[in-house]
Design a protein around this ligand. Sequence first.
Ligand SMILES: Cc1ncc(COP(=O)(O)O)c(C=O)c1O
Length: 496
Amino acid sequence: MNTTYQPEHEETLDPEDWDLARGLGHRMIDDLIDYWKTVRDRPVWKRPPDEVKARFHEPLPEKPQGMQQAYRDFQDLVLPYPKGNIHPSFWGWVDGTGTVFGAFAEMLAAGMNSNLGVADHSAVYVERQVISWSKEMLGFPGTASGILTSGASEANLIGLLVARNSVANTDVGNYGMGNAEGRLTLYGSTESHSSLIKAADILGLGKEAFRKVPVNENFQIDLGALRAAIVRDREQGHVPFCIVGNAGTVNTGAIDPLDELAELARAEKLWFHIDGAFGALAALLPEYENKIRGLSKADSLAFDFHKWLYVPYEAACVLVRDAEKHHHALAVSADYLNPQARGMAAGPEPLSNYGIQLSRGFKALKVWLSLKEHGIDKYRRLIRQNIHQARYLGSLVEASQKLELLAPVSLNIVCYRYNPGGFDEDALNRLNQTLLAELQERGIAAPSYTVINGRFAIRVANTNHRSRREDFHRLVQASLAIGEAILCARPAEAVV
Ligand SMILES: Cc1ncc(COP(=O)(O)O)c(C=O)c1O
């Protein structure tokens, strides 16, 4: 190891040969275009083989391998074994599909390598415009504030942080939770996303402070049970501070009665936060206006761009109705960050005063360019297409004697199972776990799973702009064929 500094041999990480870099860059784009164009011809998912996994134990490179070799390693070890979420038959978790132009935008953003924490530069204005457009899309007032985040998990955390610091009876922002009078509690349905529970923990409230309220047969929060839980907590000296509404639950896509929740929160003087990770963007559709009307009444709203706006990972947003409260909860004065009268730091309010990160990437560019590329009406059509495809799948399931729908299809999620009759619940759970694994391992389709009323469900969440009706038809055919094959090859006792 050379430890001497040699001024006559100063170095840089820029390429020695710019033409070589240009050629490789062009090749990478050509390779990606081919990769995208042929995605339908490949299996949805392929497990990385052991010999490939072993390569990830190679030691830290001491000597240069060069761009070309490094790229070859990417081609051999990384690119062939993706999660599969750019594939038309991927419907697992709530993974977004990404877009071609969105990927180009990521390259441009990385090329600029903008850091959006502080200072007056173009990228900050792009993000501010994306926040303004988001307010417009989701019915928030122009005076509201917002910030782009890594995902809805972080957006939920920020929403709940502002809620906690704004509503708490004592100044927990400055003096910590130990200073709060009484236990702060918040409320959401049993279907609320795990990120909200995690946020309660991170905020020092404790996971148990998130009161899980039962749901009705449509998986929407039970308003009576919610009211009773608030009363019960107050009677015990606790301090309810926030109601969380779901605009699209992760399990089934259920939309809570947001209007009623907004009203209740107002009457009880509680903060109203909405987790609209994917469902919020259904508000773009006039036909969902009634169902999702309460969205614009939230004090804070979390939603993702990387799910139902289809942009590549990562990009989400939190909007907060009262910009001052948002700022108060997250701005910290520091000599090296405070605005200056002139120069680079004389720009707009630093975005970092509204979020957790100081250094922040240029996530906004892919959203900004995508909205310009397609216009919002195209997104309306695609979201509508995904909802109709989900309904189509739901109708195929219902029409089949051997498949069973496990929850109403209220948005873009379908939960079903293979149930030919004659099996108990445990056997059906195991049968469907095997069926799902077969679908995934054979690369046919990639739904994920959940448990609905104790029943293992094959769960299809459709935020995929590449899917076609025929893909859902094929999923149903494959589910039936594999279900039958499992039973033939392995009689009931083997499954049980
Ligand atoms: C309803 C809901 N909320 C929150 C999240 C978390 O979002 P992210 O994965 O972007 O952090 C998800 C993710 O699927 C979700 O479905």
